[in-house]
Design a protein around this ligand. Structure first.
Ligand code: KE4
Length: 427
């Protein structure tokens, strides 16, 4: 029995499913999760001592590479001064100023400890600001596990939400409408039916939780126009795309200014920092200034902020995103070429440092096309790559992530493993 097997068996005795977040359990791909002992640069090692080229990067945070010396040094220095004070620190000011500088649509920002907390708080703020209850989200987008976000498309004309999770009362879901990603007509119709009841539209402007899916410019522009016209808050959930697809996030690529933005992952550099921010006139509704309550013991934690600030400094180095984008594009184009040579139906896409791989002829343009992909083929490819020392996201419905440490040699090693893996599929 491998160390991973014995650790997994033991973990399941004390933790539901043996994991602290469901996607880590390999339920979608089958097999035994790898228990990671350490990580460095583009690599991590499992409990059996096997090295992997890592393409999840903690689901986005490890953009400068694992255990970057500058980040580790910043964390060690901060930790030596104490771990948490429950009182304000200068570091939180520096982080807030940096976020406002890098994301111009954010005039004020509140730090929290997870993307879920950031999205949940931002939605409460939008409801408080507008005095309205309805929120629109899109099928396939994930905004954390707050009750009102665990909602799937309802039946019937108005697509009122139904819970996707046990434990979520129908009443908590009924104020969430779930529409189709990239469907402008449906958005227009919904706003014309009830625009004056909509508090916010929340969207992943580059989606990464159904696999990578790009929003069309028309989709986001329609959203922006309708929210302005009807007084609804346009909220970009850039927890994943923020500082990942570009320094200014997806909003800088599309040239669209949301009213609020949700951030996470990269701004913590691997430690728990997330944030929500936007127009100052909206943010001032937050306690202690205004009537919308929100709080957090570890919000703005000094050690986590040190990791985040160090990471934000590194990604602002000249050419960082040109290089990251080039490496990611080299990866996805190389994968497509290898699949073609093997005669496997496959496509791929990349936006900045995140990518999608699809076992379908064309790059999907909506949720239905993603769902039509060959999941079994993905699972076979996932395990063939895992055996070859390449760790992809353990689900056909997740995006992948490249770091600044994924050099040409690392990408070439990955593509060699892919050629062998595609050959196995074609056999
Ligand atoms: P957290 O609460 O997991 O920090 O963030 C929730 C969240 C919110 N918004 C977006 C766009 C996100 O991608 C996420 C979290 N992403 C997943 C990756 N599919 C985290 C991985 C996991 O759940 O373990």
């Amino acid at each position: 029995m491998s160390q991973n097997d014995s650790l997994f068996a033991r973990a399941q005795r004390s933790t539901p499913g043996g994991v602290n977040s469901p996607v880590r359990a390999f339920r979608s791909v089958g097999g035994t999760p790898r228990f990671i002992t350490r990580a460095e640069g583009p690599y991590f090692w499992d409990a059996d001592g096997k090295r992997y080229i890592d393409y999840i990067g903690s689901w986005g945070p490890a953009i400068v590479g694992h255990a970057h010396p500058e980040v580790i040094k910043a964390v060690q220095a901060a930790a030596a001064n104490g771990l948490s004070f429950g009182a304000p620190t200068e570091g939180e000011i520096l982080m807030a100023e940096e976020i406002c500088k890098l994301v111009p649509s954010i005039e004020m920002v509140r730090l929290v400890s997870s993307g879920t907390e950031a999205a949940m708080s931002a939605l409460r703020l939008a409801r408080g600001v507008t005095g309205r209850d309805m929120v629109i989200k899109f099928e396939g987008c994930y905004h954390g596990h707050a009750d009102s976000m665990l909602v799937k498309a309802g039946s019937g004309l108005l697509t009122f939400g139904n819970p996707t999770s046990a434990g979520v009362p129908a009443d908590f879901a009924k104020h969430t409408m779930v529409l189709d990603y990239n469907d402008c007509a449906q958005l227009e119709e919904t706003f014309s039916n009830m625009g004056d009841r909509i508090a916010a539209v929340i969207v992943e402007p580059v989606a990464g939780n159904m696999n990578l899916l790009r929003a069309t410019s028309e989709f986001l522009q329609t959203m922006r126009r309708l929210c302005t016209q009807h007084g609804a808050v346009l909220m970009f959930d850039e927890v994943m795309s923020g500082f990942r697809v570009a320094l200014g996030g997806a909003q800088s690529l599309y040239g669209i200014q949301p009213d609020m933005t949700v951030l996470g992952k990269v701004i913590g550099g691997g430690l728990p920092v997330a944030a929500f921010g936007g127009r100052a006139d909206m943010m001032k509704h937050l306690a202690p200034l205004g009537p919308v309550y929100q709080a957090g013991t570890l919000s703005g934690n000094p050690v986590a902020v040190a990791a985040g600030m160090s990471t934000l400094k590194i990604i602002q180095q000249p050419g960082f995103y040109d290089k990251l984008g080039a490496q990611t594009r080299k990866l996805v184009d190389g994968l497509a070429a290898a699949a073609k040579d093997a005669g496997v139906a496959f496509s791929s896409d990349a936006v900045g440092g995140m990518f999608g791989i699809y076992f379908s002829e064309q790059v999907p343009e909506n949720y239905a096309q993603i769902m039509a992909g060959n999941k079994e083929r993905f699972n076979q490819f996932f395990h063939a790559m895992l055996d070859a020392g390449v760790y992809l996201a353990p689900s056909a419905f997740e995006a992948g992530f490249v770091s600044a440490m994924h050099s040409d040699a690392v990408i070439d090693e990955t593509l060699a493993a892919a050629r062998g893996s595609f050959a196995k599929l074609a056999a």
